[in-house]
Design a protein around this ligand. Sequence first.
Ligand code: GDP
Ligand code: MG
Ligand code: ZN
Length: 291
Amino acid sequence: MEGILVRGIGSFYTAVTETGEAFTLRAKKKFRHQRLTPMVGDRVRFTPGSGEEEGWVEEILPRRSVFVRPPVANVETLLITVAPVPQPDLLLVDRLLVECRRQGLRSLLVVNKCDLDGALAEQLRREYRGAEAEVLPVSARTGAGLEALRAAVGGSLCCLAGQSGVGKSTLLGALTGIDLETGEISRRIARGKNTTRRAELILSGGLRIFDTAGFSLLALSGLEEPENLRLYWPEFAGHEGSCRFQPCLHNREPGCSVQAAAAAGTLSPARLERYRQLLAEVREAWDARYD
Ligand SMILES: Nc1nc2c(ncn2[C@@H]2O[C@H](COP(=O)(O)OP(=O)(O)O)[C@@H](O)[C@H]2O)c(=O)[nH]1
Ligand SMILES: [Mg+2]
Ligand SMILES: [Zn+2]
């Protein structure tokens, strides 16, 4: 049989089939030898158990995308969430956009709490024009924009990402109708001090969304050469070949066409600045790769 893993606790997994049937499974030893751990989101072939007995995960189908923290597989749409409060961390947004492009995921820029400030979405639309990031203003509180968000996500496997406090848990609750705890304090009390939260896949009315503890640190390590970082900025593409130096990293080289576009205001100077900041970071990781 075939199914998708929605939960994993200890060495037990829950797979749900196309028809919505749930099965408790264990992973065969061979996976440990292959250093392969089933992840929530994995599509698996399995043998169902009989009676009280669990079944077995036989095969993990090839993953289309993988995140390590949180550990989720096969995300198709990343919902990069920001809000007027806390103040948007656009460097984090840019990191997440890079990660999406590296793995070929679709990204949506969800601007939550639009009940507090309706102007932020428009501001971000300007900031990210040319960046191939669709901006969707929503309010988990009033429900505004949630239908549009639902429609944009469709049946794709999606996952909320973004700073703490932007309303990811509230959004998840509003989208699924499931009463999930909101706020880190209640969570700590509810789960005890040392419990780490596991990822879970929620299947709710056609929506397929991961419930995760969020994306913590996202270092752009493991990248190819720093020279390739610029390829993840779609708004730079039209400038390739127009700079004085080839290749140009658009890092203040003389005669840089991207720099000129930022100065002329056809490209966001702040977004270029953040690119340079990430380039410095990737360079440092690259130079230290054999340490
Ligand atoms: N005004 C307003 N507040 C919201 C909205 N969504 C969430 N919040 C509040 O923002 C705070 C953080 O929400 P939470 O879901 O815990 O954020 P998370 O850390 O991203 O999971 C809570 O006090 C929520 O009530 C919204 O759409 N509008
Ligand atoms: Mg939360
Ligand atoms: Zn350049």
